[in-house]
Ligand binder design. Sequence first.
Ligand code: MG
Ligand code: MG
Length: 604
Amino acid sequence: MRKSIATVSLSGTLAEKLTAIADAGFDGVEIFENDLLASPLSPEEVRLRAADLGLSIDLYQPFRDFEAVPADVLERNLRRAEHKFAVMERLGAPRLLVCSSVSPDAVDDDALAAGQLRLLAERAAEHGIEIAYEALAWGRHVNEYLHAWRIVRMADHPALGTCLDSFHILSRGSDPGGIEAIPGEKIFFVQLADAPRLAMDVLQWSRHYRCFPGQGGFDVAGLVAHVLRSGYSGPLSLEVFNDVFRQADTARTAVDAMRSLIALEESVARHLPQAAALAVPPGPVVPTGFAFAELAASDTAELSGLLTALGFARTGVHGGKPVELWEQGDARILLNAGTPERDPALAAIGLESPDPAGSVKRAQALLSPVLPRHRAPHDTPLDSVSAPDGTALFFCRTAQPDHPSWTDDFTGVPVDAARDEITRIDHVALTQPWHHFDEAALFYRSVLGLRPHESLELADPYGLLRSRAVTGADGAVRIALNVAHVGSHVSHPDTPWQHVALACRDIVATARRLRALGGVLLPIPGNYYDDLEARHDLGPERHRTLRELGLLYDRDARGEFLHLYTVTVGRVFFEIVQRAGGYDGYGAQNTPIRLAVQHAPADR
Ligand code: MG
Ligand code: MG
């Protein structure tokens, strides 16, 4: 399918937007009127610029409040339209988007609306221009796509068709199945946007919270399948009004947008396997576990101390780099002292991939930055991509037959045995730059084939933490994506914490040992335990144990979760967790407690 995007979806000047849109691989563009009005480029210059970039101008938009009005208003509206047609001829834009009226002048009269739109189409046709009539979800009299289509059919003019906008259709809960009854050649344009499911005024929802397909809660792919069944063969065009995207990097948002359309086409192909127009990238290779988490710091002494306290043993050193391998059970942590300028940070994650080369092919097809391999000639080749927050994701295999293992690059060192408490990495939590949160969810879903869960908002003493988990089907890979909205607080400019959560065999025993060591675990306020007793009846003895050991507790419909946190080193801390009975969460209920203690450990 041809891919297009409305300039309103991106930040920057019109010239910057066109360049970014072309660089991301789009075929065409919708010119949003305000972008043109504010541009120093004349319509002829915009036309040339787009042509030079290989972009077709598919649509000019929006034209508002035209139809079903008294005669004197109609005269003014036609005059207004003639001015737009003149601009469009200079631009070389073949199609004008006309939104259903929100004006108090409009009357509820389909025949009148049809007659006036026919008149508009006649005038447009004289300029070689087509009219695409769209039902706004908040249109005064016309707010359903089938209603707009009935008016278009009644008007019966070859230069008049309808424009379908997934947001306007799905936000109202309309059944998109009706699209199949519209002849494809009368669908003049298709605009796509997703949105999180929010209970709010639909206009505000549309203007501020639209996002790219796959980032929200709508079944955009299902809608597009209906569109294709109608016989529509025009472009799929993104029209996204989003407060965050308006501020984010133009080129990066354009790539994110294109990634969403590639993933969308793949999803549509699942509905319509025979549709020849759909390009399908190589399928995702879903990671099957964590191979390692890599912590980087100029001085790793504090991290080594913490790992030792947790019962890890240093088992190997890298042949060519200042990197150590620490192990306990199947949990592997790399300590990298080769990054002089950094506070301790979670720099990379190793994901077990059944097909590392396939993982990279998938990432490339979805426009993810594949990282160059820095390695000595004898090192095991490691394929990696950069995640939206800059974390390197390595695709690897650990100690499997017929495949080199990344652990072969480490020379074993004599060790005291590791403890037998930690069994594996349960999850990692990464802090996302705030304007890349939606991009991150789409990245992990589309590139790695992980499933995004609900987005949560959690209280931080100095702001708000948004959190969204992405997981593999069996829960072997769990990544929590966090974004901290605390940027403007003077004393807490940023909370870029990341953590590695470790599954353990017996969290009560581990907690008891670590509490006895002192200085390892985060203290939890007594108020938390008073409230926990109110929320859950776990029996007096269990409540006493939780309080005494500073263990946090959560439960869901399936089971229980016990967890605790270590102190923070640089940007990093560890969490120790024990899941019981199929608990599938992350103790989000307790996150505000953790954040408060981390922000003010000495506050009493
Ligand atoms: Mg629209
Ligand atoms: Mg956690």
